[in-house]
Design a protein. Structure first.
Length: 319
């Protein structure tokens, strides 16, 4: 006789799983990965492979020998952390620094809190910020695409910070779209990152709330500043297509664990990220602010969840 399991509603059936979603994220990032290898050569590939292998291996070793719990490296989360971490690094970064970043991302950012689902900050961002603070020279030495003049060069945001809008005269929008610019691996092709975002939206790995609220806030903020003085401040399209804006809005800020649970909370969270990013870009010392903004809003997420709660199943709405 078959035993029946009785449980209260809601009864939700879904084909979603951690493994499915993680590997869909990898698939969505593949076009941009191929473009980064095309533009930066084998140096980009070595950074990606080192980051992924290090993250997976570090998670395995911690679970096996430190925590003594079943290993979960096959769920793809460690590999995604490694891939996104590598997208935040320059192609010429020494590989031992990549390993240090992976150790911080997995060892401190993820496993210290108990593993997947329990970390309070995005591990890849934590690893990236640690490396930026610890190795600023290496983390801001940007290789230029193959075939361009010079071995290293400034990013478009770096040029804006140092020389103002006039320094951007020789950078067409097409270069921002297709990736023919200097920067980290995840800054080189806005178009392919957008395509990856569409894949995640269509497969329902993410919803529109966080990316759209981030990009809308950035567009409004940049548009106001540009309207005040277009000779000093760049236009909204430039800010959306450059730096880690699209990578952060689509692939990092949407992390399930560290983002709010409700749609209204996601919008508040996205507005906060967009606002902090633009404040840093416009008035701060760093030319880029996306990673710092996401990290700050990760910490604020529990507070957002307190005040922006999803509607309970079966709740009666008072009219």
């Amino acid at each position: 006789m078959n035993n029946l399991t009785i449980a209260p509603s809601p009864h939700v059936h879904s084909s979603d799983s951690v493994k499915r979603n993680m590997y869909l994220v990898v698939a969505a990032l593949l076009p941009a990965l191929i473009a980064s290898v095309y533009y930066f050569g084998l140096g980009a590939l070595s950074v990606v492979v080192t980051s992924i292998v290090s993250c997976v291996l570090i998670e395995f070793l911690i679970q096996k020998f430190v925590l003594k719990v079943p290993t979960t490296i096959t769920d793809g989360s460690a590999a995604v952390t490694g891939l996104i971490l590598s997208f935040n690094l320059p192609a010429g970064l020494p590989l031992w620094i990549v390993v240090v970043g992976a150790l911080v991302a997995i060892g401190i950012g993820k496993m210290t809190f108990g593993g997947l689902g329990q970390n309070i900050a995005n591990p890849a961002i934590l690893g990236r910020v640690f490396l930026l603070v610890s190795f600023p020279a290496q983390m801001t030495t940007w290789p230029v695409p193959q075939g361009a003049d010079g071995a290293t060069g400034a990013t478009p945001l770096g040029l804006l910070k140092e020389g103002g809008v006039g320094a951007l005269a020789n950078i067409p929008t097409s270069d921002l779209l297709f990736g023919n610019i200097g920067g980290s691996l995840g800054e080189i092709s806005a178009l392919l990152l957008i395509i990856g975002g569409i894949i995640l939206l269509v497969t329902r790995v993410i919803t529109w709330h966080i990316p759209v609220s981030i990009l809308a806030t950035v567009a409004i903020f940049a548009g106001l500043m540009w309207g005040v003085d277009p000779t000093q401040y760049a236009d909204p399209l430039f800010h959306i297509l450059t730096g880690g804006m699209l990578l952060g809005a689509i692939f990092m800020a949407t992390d399930y664990v560290t983002s709010p649970m409700s749609h209204s909370g996601m919008i508040v969270y996205g507005v906060g990220i967009g606002l902090i990013t633009m404040l840093i870009r416009t008035f701060g010392a760093y030319p880029e602010g996306m990673s710092f903004a996401i990290l700050i809003m990760n910490i604020v997420t529990p507070l957002i969840n307190t005040y922006c709660k999803p509607k309970r199943f079966g709740e009666v709405v008072k009219k």
